[in-house]
Design a protein around this ligand. Structure first.
Ligand code: HEC
Length: 106
């Protein structure tokens, strides 16, 4: 019994932090790049707005991450905000939502 608990504890300690979201550090770097390059082309390189509204942590404070992930995946019909579902998984959209809410690149 105690042995099993120790093995489990050891395995958990070895798991990289990123495993919590299931997104590898490499993919996180790609997503970060995408936010600046692709989202930034409309929302501004510092997310303070352009064609699209500001998507800074302050501007998004009223939205919870799941709502934001849904907007990112499906876009906002009738506006220039496109759906990103072809490029992102739900976990990745949620990662971007969390990232925007604690965005440090501004
Ligand atoms: C082609 C331009 C364009 C691109 C590229 C784009 N957006 Fe948007 N986005 C918009 C516009 C325009 C709106 C505002 C729509 C409206 O009038 O409500 C918007 C709205 C949003 C909103 C809702 C903001 C709010 O206050 O409700 C979020 C969140 C968002 N975009 C995130 C993203 C993310 C993340 C990306 C990159 C994966 C992205 N957008 C890429 C144009 C774009």
């Amino acid at each position: 019994m105690a042995d099993t608990a120790m093995i489990v504890a050891a395995l958990l300690a070895l798991a990289p932090v990123a495993a919590a979201s299931g997104i590898t550090p490499e993919r996180q770097a790609q997503l970060e790049h995408m936010v600046v390059q692709d989202c930034g082309s409309c929302h501004g390189l510092t997310m303070k707005g352009g064609l699209g509204r500001p998507i800074t942590p302050e501007a998004l404070s009223a939205h919870d991450p799941r709502t934001l992930a849904a907007i990112i995946l499906d876009g906002l019909p009738g506006t220039a905000m496109p759906p990103w579902r072809p490029l992102l998984t739900e976990a990745e959209a949620l990662w971007i939502a969390d990232y925007l809410k604690k965005e440090k690149a501004q």
